[in-house]
Design a protein around this ligand. Structure first.
Ligand SMILES: Cc1cc2nc3c(=O)[nH]c(=O)nc-3n(C[C@H](O)[C@H](O)[C@H](O)COP(=O)(O)OP(=O)(O)OC[C@H]3O[C@@H](n4cnc5c(N)ncnc54)[C@H](O)[C@@H]3O)c2cc1C
Length: 383
């Protein structure tokens, strides 16, 4: 069991962290293997998480949330890694979609959607990426055209986390000229059960995160009410997305820090009991040095990301710092897990050992939420 005390933790957060761990041990881990085989978690896990107060922890109580702050979100993210429960799309649901609605939604929108997200009655997804564009978000081609009191949405999205379960989808659309840039982008909310013309594609076959559903989504003349545009005004979508990015990137960075801590822990256990040439692997100086390097990288990453969490809670984290955190923590995560896997020898290549899953799960960290190359671009622009 991993317990680490960050400077931003307090006694209440310790208690919360313990209850999150117990919840995962009771409600998730017994099913983890099956969920990995089936490519998604059980739908009712969302409701159980809602009942346990784990959804929308940063959303005020008046909208059904737990009234916490980013630190509560952080506690959940790191317990997922520490307990080896990978593949729950709560980072998107509670960490991205709910804060979008809270930050930009009209009062009516907040009251309409947030309580359902907090109980798990609705599962949320954010649909930015399209088959033709990912990093270059301004090039999206999905359109939402005004027609009387409605918007008519046409287009296709791909790689959407929670795609199979989601019934509330924040869709990045062009409300203006489709070949135009940022000013033409709006966030339009689609309630899957309320519309026709919306279709989920297949659950995509990924190399990791096997229990997380990731899908293509199709929008074919999907009509939504005119007031489903987030915040009520057209053309603000790109600005809204950019505002939230430091927070989203810090969630991913923190997942990487906790992921490397978990990888080091399982590796230390393994090298203590595995023998070669008559002694434990840990007795070889190479093993000690490799793990010392990993530990040093994880401690630096932890200290650095903890400082940024404190900055975010104080409202000081800049977009550039969010990019630095994501770039450095995610690149380091992949390096550390790779070194750990090597110490397992052939067993590291077997999915029955947690290190194998940690390795394949880690690889996405350098890609989603903006690739490492895009992080470098953002950092270099601010030099
Ligand atoms: C498991 C998973 C879950 C995801 N979840 C979601 C989700 O919930 N919602 C969502 O909208 N999207 C999601 N994504 C999509 C993800 O955010 C994109 O895959 C990512 O942003 C990269 O876009 P792309 O795949 O189109 O790659 P591309 O943009 O085609 O990039 C290909 C390569 O070119 C590089 N590149 C691109 N532009 C530049 C440049 N200017 N300079 C240098 N190099 C460049 C990239 O870094 C990359 O290495 C998910 C993806 C995966 C795999």
């Amino acid at each position: 069991m991993i317990t680490r005390k960050s400077g931003w933790m307090d006694e209440d957060l310790e208690i919360f962290s313990d209850s999150v761990r117990k919840f995962f041990e009771r409600e998730a881990l017994p099913h983890n293997e099956r969920w990995n085989q089936e490519g998604k978690i059980d739908r009712n896990f969302w409701n159980k998480a809602g009942d346990a107060g784990l959804l929308c922890v940063t959303i005020p109580e008046e909208y059904g949330g737990a009234g916490g702050d980013f630190r509560h979100e952080a506690v959940i993210v790191q317990q997922e890694q520490w307990t080896h429960f990978s593949g729950w799309g709560n980072g998107v649901h509670s960490g991205i979609c709910a804060p979008y609605i809270l930050s930009y939604g009209t009062e009516e929108q907040k009251k309409r959607w947030l309580p359902k997200l907090a109980t798990g009655e609705m599962v949320a997804a954010i649909a930015m990426t399209e088959p033709g564009t990912g990093s270059d978000l301004q090039a999206v081609r999905t359109t939402a055209k005004r027609d009387g009191n409605e918007y008519v949405i046409n287009g296709q999205k791909t790689f959407i986390t929670n795609g199979q379960h989601a019934d509330l989808i924040i869709v990045v659309c062009k409300t203006g000229d489709v070949s135009g840039g940022a000013k033409n982008i709006s966030l339009v909310v689609v309630e899957a059960d309320e519309v026709t013309g919306y279709r989920r594609g297949r659950n995509l076959d990924k190399i990791g995160l096997h229990a997380q559903d990731t899908s293509e989504l199709f929008f074919d003349d999907v009509r939504v009410p005119g007031d489903n545009i987030l915040g009520g005004d057209e053309g603000r979508g790109f600005y809204q997305l950019m505002q939230q990015l430091p927070r989203e990137r810090l969630i991913i960075a923190l997942g990487s820090v906790a992921g490397m801590e978990a990888a080091i822990d399982v590796t230390v256990d393994y090298v203590k009991q595995r023998k070669a040439f008559g002694k434990a692997l840990l007795d070889f100086q190479n093993t000690q040095f490799v793990l010392a390097d990993c530990k040093a990288e994880a401690v630096v990453a932890r200290t650095f990301v903890d400082e940024y969490i404190a900055r975010l809670v104080r409202g000081e984290l800049t977009p550039e710092e969010g990019a630095v955190a994501k770039l450095w923590a995610c690149e380091t995560h992949c390096r550390v897990v790779d070194k750990c896997l090597q110490l397992f020898g052939g067993y590291g290549y077997m999915m029955e050992y947690p290190i194998g899953r940690m390795y394949t799960d880690a690889r996405i960290q350098r890609i989603y939420g903006g690739t490492s190359e895009i992080m470098r671009l953002l950092i270099s622009r601010a030099l």
